[in-house]
Ligand binder design. Structure first.
Ligand SMILES: *Cc1c(COP(=O)(O)O)cnc(C)c1O
Ligand code: SF4
Length: 342
């Protein structure tokens, strides 16, 4: 997998003038034995992780590592980043492209599945490698990730007046350095029929220092209504540093939503979902989607049966205000919207 090669190109190897978030990326843990050593975990776990991580290496930035409880193999944050031996198992029904992204590609790096919205793949890299990721096998090397390569993608959006919202996705679009992001946002702003900018990102959760004053300024200045869809799966991910960064974004009038994935051993209980919703709303984020796991090869051990998911959502609805209950959805290829499961 070329993820690490690409990350070297994007997060440029300069040390002078490098921001705190780039330094965090540079010091990310990329090795199972180091991860287990730092977290005081048994060496057997590291050995199992080697089996699982062959094609999608470990990547954990220090600020996220600090939120994982030491000596606890069941920690819900650890489970998201430490490969299990089960990743290497071949399970029937779990495939390489479960959401059929290839079929939705209207131009290299632009996916359009739903009316009025186009999704732009801006980079293949992320600030973390989530073990359950449905894009773990996506051919990112072929996606455009430079201003020159985006040109064609932007032209295809400019040529279609039915597109009112551009979704920056990836990978994680906030892996782009601020100058590149500014360039991209300016070009989208110049397309008259686009009036909303959506950013799908896990970076403010993983590395809260990514919310730089430059980023906040560019989001505040654009005429586009900006919506940021974050990705946190567990309340423990939302510590005070994260909450502070999110508050900065809110002051810039960025609308904050969260999408989570229902994951076995991470958030598959009423308590975990309730804590997540409570913590999100306390930090000013609305729970938007709870995704049923996409059946990607290597992630079968994370799957929670739909009946169980529905039960959790029903119990949530009975205990929390309506706006704190996420929509439980699944992406079914060929449908006109994400499918509601409850
Ligand atoms: C999920 C998704 C969207 C956004 O869907 P919403 O229901 O509007 O959040 C848009 N485009 C693609 C390709 C998607 O996968
Ligand atoms: S941040 Fe999102 S795209 Fe990146 S590895 Fe995690 S789930 Fe996948």
């Amino acid at each position: 997998m070329s993820i690490l090669t690409t990350s070297r190109q994007l997060v440029r190897p300069v040390s002078a003038g490098e921001s705190a978030w780039q330094q965090e990326l540079r010091s990310a843990v990329r090795d199972a034995s180091k991860l287990c050593h730092l977290l005081e975990l048994p060496a057997e776990l590291a050995a199992a992780a080697q089996t699982g991580s062959a094609e999608f290496p470990i990547f954990v930035p220090p600020s996220y590592l600090a939120r994982i409880q030491k000596g606890n193999p069941q920690d819900p944050l650890l489970r998201q980043v430490l490969p299990a031996a089960a990743e290497a198992e071949d399970v029937a029904g779990f495939t390489l492209d479960p959401v059929d992204d290839s079929a939705a590609e209207i131009h290299a790096g632009v996916l359009q599945k739903y009316q009025g919205r186009a999704l732009l793949i801006t980079t293949g890299v992320c600030a973390v490698h989530c073990r359950y990721c449905f894009r773990r096998h996506y051919p990112y090397e072929q996606a455009p990730h430079s201003p020159a390569a985006w040109q064609g993608a932007l032209e295809s959006i400019a040529a279609d007046p039915s597109i009112h919202e551009v979704i920056l996705s990836g990978g994680d679009p906030l892996m782009l350095v601020d100058s590149r992001l500014q360039n991209l946002i300016s070009q989208i702003t110049n397309i008259a029929h686009v009036n909303r900018l959506r950013i799908h990102t896990r970076l403010p959760i993983m590395i809260p220092s990514r919310v730089t004053p430059e980023l906040v300024a560019m989001l505040q200045e654009t005429r586009l209504k900006t919506v940021m869809v974050l990705h946190a799966n567990h309340a423990q991910e939302l510590d005070t540093a994260v909450a502070d960064s999110l508050q900065t974004l809110q002051r810039a009038r960025v609308m904050l939503l969260n999408q989570a994935v229902l994951l076995r051993g991470v958030n598959d209980s009423l308590q975990a979902q309730r804590d997540l919703s409570e913590r999100l709303v306390a930090t000013g984020v609305l729970p938007y989607y709870l995704h049923q796991l996409d059946r990607v090869a290597g992630a079968a051990h994370f799957e929670v049966p739909q009946a169980e998911g529905k039960r959790i959502i029903q119990q949530l609805r009975e205990t929390l205000p309506g706006y704190m209950v996420p929509r439980y959805v699944q992406e079914i290829p060929g449908e006109l919207h994400k499918t509601l499961l409850d």
